[in-house]
Design a binder for this molecule. Structure first.
Ligand code: WTA
Length: 635
């Protein structure tokens, strides 16, 4: 019997040890007992990181949608699979049962086939968070088409680059989207993007905002009439274990975005198993991940992982601030959410608001809180723990990446004791290693270094679409025979991991390595500070000095700015030491952020270096307007 559901710490250690000592037996048992296969594998694992080449469950045949939908019909047909919460709270939520999901995915899959899409073709999906997004993803998987979801906040240029990179034959979009009080002309963006894409033959358009858009004849087709006449029967395509399931783009530190390729069987097994355990999902629970399906978090932990477990998964179309900053908590109360998974950037934005917006709602249904996407700072962790979890819902700080497909380091709630800002222990089957600058592995505890993974896990990306050499160079060349994550981490005295941030964000000051995250943590402890970002800039004695960009909570803050600067440096001195004091502190209204909420340090670094001539493409930022403001007020 495999340990599909881990319930206490001793069991975690026991299962973890087994997954390391006998990885093939371990994953084989999980795959055997908890999924349906059209044919079983000949070989569980084959790997060679020097090529790099990794295959899991080779020889097996399956369709992931049979695991996410069909097999639940006899026992959970009337259970809600997808619970759609629209942008406007006055509109009704939509409960899509597994039976209905089955019909709608099959109809959509038949439409794709009628439009000439075949197994292996790439389909670009550029949709807002409406049910058609999850359904089109699953419809592609049903017929073996490779989906490439592009977050519907990206610009036309970003979209066309991604469409061309993987030669998509079709784009699925909508007539527009709602975003809080605003509407966005998605179809207009697609039209602009397609001026540069000759590979696209068909555009399917879902109706959402009923705007008056231009339809180009021969190319553009309204989706609904095609669905209305499509059959609800569609046999699942037989897929090989290593057939690509999807491509998802992630930005590299340089150059073009990288189309990470995820394959079918290993991805399914790992996302399902990690979902079950990292969130301790139980049959009647309602699970909500606030990410967008345009990111890996949405792929693995809104769609595939939850549905493979027969879970009820919420899709939220709106934003945390509309109609006010209480919206998340209103939804938690309304749908009695049990597991809530969000990002530190959202937590910090919500923590800036008054607590009355939290206290208005009944959050007693919550059992588990999750965090993902960046290191969660101490202040945000405590705010989340105290005010949302009321100190009784464990916070799972889940570290992972687009490339890893699934959660890699995380506490298991009610199993692993949590520690603020620590992702804690490796998940089952994951073998982290911390490396020093010379390429040697740091053994033992109380060490910090570059985070690598030294053994394959089932959901790792297999290549970069069209550029295997770049895959090898980026991830398998820095350290021999290891996957390099690009992150730094420390292992504390009990073996808990804390992610210290991208190693390219490490700043060496007077020969000392300083991670930006711990300094930012310290600054954020100041009661007047809402958020901060640190970069290095050249200094003739120390090599590098630190430049801090700081957002104050109250824009009308009247205290003397020089005094505030002194207080901030005092806090840093107390938390880290005088070495980490900032040479320059600029108060600013905002920080440039990517659409997924990550601070664009590259831009801040250039400004600190007084090199603003070539800031690169700022058009995909969430808030491009703050850049000029920061430049104007820079030192
Ligand atoms: C960072 C998101 C600290 C990290 C799933 C990683 C984190 C990058 C955490 C991947 C966390 C993600 N603590 N840092 N819990 N989660 N990161 O590809 O730097 O959008 O390498 O995947 O985000 O971001 P990505």
């Amino acid at each position: 019997m495999s340990n599909y559901h881990i319930k206490h710490l001793e069991e975690y250690y026991q299962v973890y040890r087994k997954s390391i000592r006998e990885p093939e037996n371990f994953w084989e048992e999980v795959a055997e007992e908890h999924f349906i296969w059209q044919r079983k594998w000949d070989r569980v694992l084959n790997w060679d990181f020097s090529k790099p080449e990794v295959t899991w469950f080779e020889g097996a045949q399956l369709n992931i949608t049979e695991n996410c939908i069909d097999r639940h019909l006899s026992t959970r047909g009337d259970k809600t699979a997808i619970l759609f919460e629209p942008n406007d709270p006055k509109d009704d939520a939509e409960h899509i049962t597994f039976n209905q999901l089955h019909q709608r995915v099959n109809q959509f899959a038949n439409v794709l086939k009628d439009q000439g899409i075949k197994k292996g073709d790439r389909v670009c999906i550029y949709l807002p968070m409406i049910p058609e997004l999850a359904i089109s993803v699953l419809a592609c998987a049903r017929i073996g088409a490779i989906h490439s979801v592009v977050f519907a906040g990206f610009s036309a240029t970003a979209l066309s680059t991604r469409i061309n990179d993987s030669d998509c034959k079709m784009v699925i979009t909508s007539d527009g989207s709602y975003r809080g009080p605003k509407t966005i002309d998605l179809k207009g963006i697609v039209d602009e993007a397609l001026n540069d894409c000759s590979c696209v033959e068909t555009v399917l358009v879902a109706k959402r905002i009923h705007s008056d858009i231009q339809m180009i004849s021969g190319r553009d087709k309204w989706l609904q009439p095609l669905l209305d006449t499509a059959s609800t029967d569609c046999k699942a395509e037989v897929m090989n274990a290593e057939d690509p399931l999807f491509i998802l783009y992630t930005s590299g530190s340089t150059g073009q975005p990288k189309g990470m390729v995820h394959t079918t069987a290993g991805y399914m097994v790992y996302t399902a198993y990690s979902f079950k355990n990292a969130f301790q999902y139980k049959e009647e629970d309602v699970y909500w991940c606030t990410a967008d399906i345009g990111w890996i978090t949405g792929h693995s932990y809104i769609v595939y992982g939850p549905l493979a477990n027969g879970a009820t998964t919420i899709m939220f179309e709106g934003v945390p601030s509309y109609p006010d900053f209480g919206r998340f908590w209103e939804i938690v109360e309304k749908h009695k959410v049990n597991q809530f998974y969000t990002a530190p950037t959202a937590i910090r934005a919500l923590a800036k608001q008054g607590l009355e917006l939290v206290e208005k709602y009944d959050l007693s249904s919550l059992k588990v809180l999750g965090s993902v996407g960046e290191p969660i700072n101490e202040e945000a962790w405590h705010w989340y723990n105290d005010n949302i979890g009321k100190k009784k819902s464990p916070i799972v700080d889940t570290w992972w990446q687009t490339e890893t497909g699934g959660i890699m380091i995380t506490p298991i709630p009610f199993v692993t004791p949590t520690k603020p800002t620590y992702a804690t222990l490796p998940f089952i089957g994951i073998q982290p290693a911390l490396m020093d600058e010379n390429g040697d592995e740091l053994k033992g505890n109380q060490v910090d270094g570059r985070l690598c993974i030294k053994f394959p896990w089932p959901s790792m990306a297999r290549t970069i679409w069209g550029n295997h050499q770049r895959y090898k160079d980026t991830y398998f060349s820095a350290f021999e025979n290891k996957y390099f994550t690009g992150d730094g981490a420390l292992r504390d005295e009990v073996g808990y991991y804390r992610i210290t941030g991208r190693v390219d964000d490490v700043i060496i000051v007077s020969g000392h390595n300083l991670g930006t995250a711990p300094i930012e943590d310290a600054i954020n402890e100041h009661p007047a500070v809402a958020e901060s970002a640190i970069v290095g800039f050249p200094h003739d004695v120390k090599g590098n000095a630190l430049y801090g960009y700081v957002i104050l909570k109250d824009v009308g803050e009247t205290r003397d700015q020089d005094n505030l600067r002194k207080e901030i440096n005092q806090i840093i001195t107390e938390h880290i030491g005088p070495i980490a004091k900032l040479d320059k502190i600029q108060f600013t209204q905002g920080l440039p952020k990517t659409r997924s909420g990550k601070i664009m340090r590259r831009i801040l670094r250039k400004i600190a270096h007084k090199d603003t001539s070539n800031l690169g493409d700022t058009s995909t930022l969430l808030n491009p307007e703050v850049v000029q403001d920061i430049i104007d007020n820079a030192f």
